[in-house]
Design a protein around this ligand. Sequence first.
Ligand code: GAL
Length: 986
Amino acid sequence: MVSLSRIALLVTAAQSAVIPRDAPVGLKVRQTGAGQNAVTWDKYSFYVNGERVMIYSGEVHPFRNPVQDLHLDILQKIKALGFNTVSIYVHWGIVEYERGKLNWDGVFDLQPFFDAAKSAGLWVIARPGPYINAESAGGGFPGWGARVEGQWRTSNPNYTAAWQPYIDSVGKIIAKNQITKGGPIILAQPENEYSGFMNPDGSLNPNEDTEYERLLLEEFDNAGIEVPTVCNDAWIGGHFTSVDVYGYDNYPAGFTCSDPLSWPDPPDYFYSSHKDVAPNSPNSILEFQGGSFDSWGGFGFEQCYKLIGPEMARVFNKNTYASATHLLNIYMIYGGTNWGHLSNPGGYSSYDYSAAIAEDRTLREKYYELKLQANFLMVSPAYLTSAPVDVQKFPTNGSNITITELLDEVGGKQRFYIVRQTKPTETTSSAFKVDIETSVGKLTVPQLGTASYILPAHDSKIIVTDYPAGGAEILYSTLEIMTWKVIDGRTVILLYANAGESGEIAILTTKTYKVDVRRGKASTVTSKQASTSLTLQFVVGHETVVALGEDILLYVVDRVNAYNFWVPDVNLDQDLPVIIKAGYLLRTAKFSGNTLSLTGDTNGTTVFEIIAPKSAQAYTWNGVRLDTDLTRYGTQEGRYRTRTPRVDIPDLARLKWKYINSLPEVSGSYDDSKWVTADHTYTPNKIKPTTPVILYASDYGFHSGNILWRGHFTATGGETTFNLTIQGGNAFAYSVWDGGKYLGSFTGAPAPSAHNGSYTLAGPWVKGSSHVITILQDHMGLEQNWFGGEENFKSFRGLSDYSFGGATPTLKHWKVTGNLGGEKFVDWARGGYNEGGLYAVRKGYHLPGLDDSKWASKSPLKGIKGPGVEFYRTTFTLNIPDGVDYPISIDFRSSTSTSFRVELYVNGWQFGKYIDDIGPQKSFPVPQGILNYKGENTLALSLWSLEESGAALDSIDLVVRSEVEGGVGIVRNSLAPDFTERPGSY
Ligand code: GAL
């Protein structure tokens, strides 16, 4: 409910022409980090170490990847996009699962991430919360917060006392890794979308809590954070303007994965709204839609990708450039996995997000689209001082075309024209001509011939004028520029358009050049030499290379071929100008002696082209010499045949599986005396139950995974039914037993987060007899808390009401358990969220190294008869060679119509929650480092059957999802303990 109203609020704000403008005009600038001049800004852009820069960033959540050695893989992929920054959230609830005990060890240590960012050559925007949202458990808030009374995300002193130790601790880690201390962090963001506010009674409050904001900034200061602070208002609403640089978020395509082209019209107003709120700082979008979340019963990320794939990046990202956005962070660039119950109830195990880099770390087409755009901006410094002049619409000239003109206000000359369809959902292309302002006067392009340009559906283009590219003064180009470099005195310009389109580039020159088509068909090139300019028109094919004397080399390629080109930052800090054609991924480039050493990933046969200074005389690819030939235009070309060795992948169905019953709680003799007695009669929760004792799991320290309740009663005689109101979060389920007799289940559905059930008891209870009602429920994660002041994350998991029909028995007591130890969880290495409350998991049977030889043999494909829970284990060996990257997933096929739930543990790490009848996820990527690629692996899974008919898996397979040669290098397994007997476990 609340998340719906939140989305409604965002959509209304995003679509309405009336933008809340309650903010003071102009920003108060916090006087921070006296003497800090590493990161500064003016009204146009940031400067880092004195250099004016575009901050082009991608969002990644280190907590969604528990393999430290894989961070570098993602970060190199981000760097290779041409981005210079990565933005991160830190999840408070994970690192302070038990209040007062911060866990920055092992996979939770942030240092390897910061070190990897530095070695990849990226800056970092650190966003530690305390609130982060992020579709994560509690939105970042810890489970114990349910017991901290009063409003959260306000200056409520109880809340302040809760977050201060965490912000102090994470703040010091951030401070240590700031750019001023030699680290990569350039900006820090307190809170998240502090934009919507609630009163304690749930009504909307128009005011933000500025005292809370002050306290947060003060704590950042106290921790030693001296880089500028930023905020991410959910829309340009002028909230939290006390940070140094105001910023906002934008998700223009929405999250309607059901309807892939349900894009709204791109908004035109960003620039003026930004100017109203923050005229003295750069237009900064701290989160811009890079994908979509998806919920239980949703459409799956491949379907969402249709909504926010490369087309969306073309139309909507370019629209942010039309608003002169000079800090842009793509949320998410890599989503990762909600391993170990990290999701909120609105999501499932995969947080793929349909991002440019998929959950299994492979690259989607959107990645390559972003690479074209980012590289262009990185070689277009005038963009950073440009601002929109006008939003023109051309209803006659091109019926459905909107063109925004940006002018470089500082240089006063360069212009950028961003062309898009006015209604981007249009399915037909539009013809257009553009009047452009240039230093030689107004021109209408195209200049050669009479034809108009065609803008295909779902596309957008950037036209430049008076654009200096090294030795070439580009008067205008209607072909898009990917990059340019001056190499040994010759300017190389890489231009692209869709295959078959025509485009022009005009160069200001008084020289007369022979238009020398050295590659491609000469017939596709038309030219016109005038006294001060040379205009060339191309019909764009795969690749045309034109030399203009020794001065200029033009590559004109179709967009898909442009994807093959890379512009690595050679030696990270040494600017050896190179452009490299290298196929799938070019990670790094180093130059020493006369050798240019390249690393990256290939699939299939890859054509290399090295466009580099002559000082680079030898080339290596992943350490192996590349044989190349000289092209007709002085570059080096070669072919590389990828070697991806075949590997044996075990057939999981044929392995020996062992199993045990994992629901001993419903057997007559079961002893629950070691469980926590649920005997509280007061709950800090605002929702007061009708039960005689509190039956909310978080009140007893259980915040994730399965929860079990056992109510002990003495019969009055004649009890016939048991009725309850129970809550577990969207898509939750539960089963109920009376002693050993199964009473029934609620099998769940995507939306319901609570349920009222009524179950017929095993038979009318006999007066004086003892009974135990056992309830096994799913906990789908703590809710988020998007509104400041609300307490939604405290939504209880458990029972708010129960009663009996026929007669009312006497309650002896209730018992509860979740994960062993609750907040004092046992497995420090894998963290508090990894385990749930099932018997086998409490005992640690999901861990490697357990001697299960005495367990009976049975496979989960045989499955369980009747309702209940069984726990299965098997082991298998992988032997995947170094030098390749073969991401693997564990896949299930759709099953019969019965309801069941599976939790997957790989070497002790919970890496998937599979609910076939709710879906949509059936394929669970498990990264190298969790899977041991060189040796034994333990796979364990729980199978909870919610029906009398029992349940079995139809299939379970290890699937190699992609095969590339290359990879990030050695990936060590994440260290975590094997099984040992757990004293006191039950
Ligand atoms: C934003 C929020 C992010 C994330 C995103 C949707 O509003 O700041 O944390 O929840 O929405 O994926």
